[in-house]
Design a protein around this ligand. Sequence first.
Ligand code: PRX
Length: 659
Amino acid sequence: MTDIDTKNTIDSMLQEDRCFAPPSEFVEHATINKADDLNKLYQLANDDYETFWATLAHDEIDWHTRFSKVLDSTNAPHYRWFDDGTLNISYNCIDRHLIERADKTAIIFEGERGDIQRLSYRELHSAVCRFANALRLHGVEHGDRVVLYMPMVPEAVIAMQACARIGAIHSVVFGGFSAEALKNRIEDAGAKVVVTADGGYRGNKIIPLKAACDEALSHGCESVNAVFVLKRTGEDIAMTTGRDIYWHDATKLVADDCPPEWVNSEHPLFLLYTSGSTGKPKGIQHSSAGYLLGTIMTMKWVFDAQDDDIYWCTADVGWITGHSYVAYGPLALGMTIFMYEGAPTVPDAGRFWKLCQYHKVTVFYTAPTAIRALMKAGDAYPGSHDLSSLRLLGTVGEPINPEAWMWYHRVIGKERCPIVDTWWQTETGANIIAPVPGVVVTKPGSCTRPLPGIDVAVVDESGNVIKEPNKGGYLVIRKPWPFMLRAVWGDEERYRKTYWALFNNKYYVAGDSARCDEDGYYWIMGRTDDVLNVSGHRLGTMEIESALVAHEKVAEAAIVGVPDDLTGESIFAYVVLKGDRPIDGIDENLTAELRQWVGKQIGSIAKPKEIRYADNLPKTRSGKIMRRLLRTIASGEAITQDTSTLENEAILEQLQGKQ
Ligand code: PRX
């Protein structure tokens, strides 16, 4: 726990005392706006935890067959929830609204170049049914895997919903990932079909998705027998006869109704690959009913979902946030979502605010890295737009620094909008620690308290709950929850080892360190494993290291995260070459080549910001790389740790860039 203790000391010095009560204007209209109402929820969950979740599941989900079993722990840590129930997620997100809300707008979309689309629930139903029928026609059945590699357009949500409609399991791969990363995910999932587009728009550029997809499929990926291609940019692309089919052709001659396939509560809704501490990303497997319930309840509790909201979560559907708070949660409640395809800075840093004004966004949910970037761009951008439609702001993905929190509160929320800082993970499925904004007082930088029915604790190395306020430890969840991950696709051992082994299957181990203050508020301190958080995206150090050593000139590599004002953390690489170290440690061409290489292996987000060449890496006599030392050096801090166990102490000068 040395890492945790060190960070804790630093964090405690930054302790934040400011508190913000929910603004009265918000409280007045909030669904949960009395402490008593929230306390009642906590009380119900405490009194009878299973009945608490079962009642919500009965009330909030439209079942085909109601369940009688609530929680099955027979095969713990593989938990099953509502096991004998059957339902369909797409039915819950679309069909059930057709009686009262058929003409209500489900999706408002704006592309980077200003093109706007609106889809009512009726239109969404028809589009989803058509694509579901097209998938079926191409042999996609219950349980088959479908990989989506799409731009952030309504068809991405339509494709996800279409998979859910026929019981196929989707796995969305973020459009910023490379062909190689796509290929690895397609192969691990054993996907039968890939859905992509000719390209997407971002940052005034066209992202050539189909070309990357062709490259991925050019070697391996034998399981794939069809590729659906959405025409988005109209660019010339290669189409492989017998394999590739345009979306518009595939959906032309099929019926616009498609009876939903009723699936078991535990049927996997999707896989989503995320980085871990080994080289290979893991396919996090989520369930149907439990997952849906999590997205619904958190939309209600944390986002105070209301019928007239225009809800904008800026996350791409390639991440879990884009699953739970774009494609599923808000639609399950019949809300109107807003989607934007492009970059926040096109044509200028006022784009988000212009979109909020024009589309009258009421709830806005984004990441600290975006908030910091927009803060840096200056107050004039938000200042020249009318942001009065906003009533609630959210943040997710990494700890938000108090300065960015205050800016968000003051400049964007005009001190009228509560901020919900939501802690959760790909694995947790939905928000876990977050304020209920009509009741809970917020503190900048804290995600506040666990939600009702979620049993969170901070424990020490022996698994004992740390009672002393502000002392850091492992963040764990002590009871299973309906929207938890169910498995790591095809890797039972990794599931047990990563999430459960540390405390003998007793607790879910989040991989984060945290502290709890005297008011029971949680403060996330960072990761306890070798995972970096760059712009709110998880990247495994091993994954980037493996990519680097796959380059012909690289013998060894070590990656560490360095604090970064804009991206939270940035990637710093130490590289040992097979040949000689460049003179004075500088070779700009090679550095550019290696960055490019990593981009090709994983995606641009994984490119190291800085590369430092060394003859060797600092290792203990047992051969372990001293990462903590590398982190200190990369951050430009003075070395205070004991280096006497180093095999090669002389290397330190070189690593510090001194020779
Ligand atoms: O370290 C935590 C950080 O992001 C990790 C989860 O990453 P991912 O699975 O990609 O999901 C991101 C979106 C849910 C966590 O283990 N994290 C997420 N939200 C917060 C956070 N750290 C601090 N505060 C948050 N609100």
